[in-house]
Design a protein around this ligand. Structure first.
Ligand code: C5P
Length: 229
């Protein structure tokens, strides 16, 4: 038993809505929420800023260990992220950072560093954590695991919608191409690839509105209580 509640692991490909859904689920349950992708993004952002080689595993691990990582509490359920006292927000959504984060996430040493931080952050429970390997690697003992999926086309359409809503030009085929490449990189890597845990619930959100996805996860959570787990 964990003191603050269970761990809910949400894994799935890029752009499937894991963060939005995870935050809403966490709000409903009074849980905290962590997007582990932001940890990889933060390290990638810092490495780009310093001009480090993105294949240089030793230098990247040294950098990760030298930085002061903090996860300050925000207004909502999501913890923020700061490196050496600098709060990171929009920097992390940059396309170059997205690409670089997916690249450095291949490296075993980087993953090991992140694993330690992620386990520490979630060990007390009361946590919704999303990423690629939460149910398979970070919390293989998570009480509830969800693998959230949607077709690449549906994810690209949603992204175009988001960008247009922000008044940004969006190129559907470029975005689709980017999503397919990131899927291949995340699923094809040797170290902790994106994969559904055997005991994860599979939710295909291609045709499912977001509220329905949230409702399904909350329902799974309630059923867990009823079964006495
Ligand atoms: O989820 P997000 O797109 O922010 O993640 C950025 C990158 O970090 C992903 O492309 C993925 O390669 C990597 N990642 C990972 N394991 C996680 C979370 C993210 O490898 N648990």
């Amino acid at each position: 038993m964990r003191p603050n509640g269970i761990v809910i692991a949400i894994d799935g490909p890029a752009g499937v809505g894991k963060s939005t859904v995870g935050k809403l689920v966490a709000s409903r349950l009074g849980y905290s929420f962590i997007s582990t992708g932001k940890m990889y993004r933060a390290l990638a952002w810092k490495a780009l800023e310093l001009g480090l080689g993105l294949e240089d595993e030793g230098a990247l691990v040294d950098l990760a260990e030298a930085l002061k990582w903090a996860f300050p509490k925000g207004e909502g359920p999501e913890a923020g992220i700061s490196l050496d006292g600098r709060r990171l927000e929009l920097e992390l959504t940059d396309e170059a950072v997205s690409r670089a984060s997916s690249g450095i996430a291949k490296l075993a040493g980087v993953r090991l560093f992140m694993l330690g931080m992620q386990r520490q952050a979630g060990r007390a429970g009361g946590m919704v954590m999303e990423g690629r390997d939460i149910g398979t690697n970070v919390f293989p003992d998570a009480e509830l695991k969800v693998y959230l999926d949607a077709s690449p086309e549906a994810r690209a359409r949603r992204r175009v919608g988001q960008l247009k809503a922000q008044g940004t030009e969006a190129d559907y085929s470029g975005i689709l191409d980017f999503i397919i490449k990131r899927d291949a990189q995340d699923s094809g890597r040797k170290n902790n690839p994106l994969r559904k845990a055997d005991d994860a619930h599979y939710l295909d959100s291609t045709e499912m509105p977001r509220e329905k996805v949230v409702e399904s996860i909350v329902e799974l959570y309630k059923r867990l209580g009823e079964s006495g787990k």
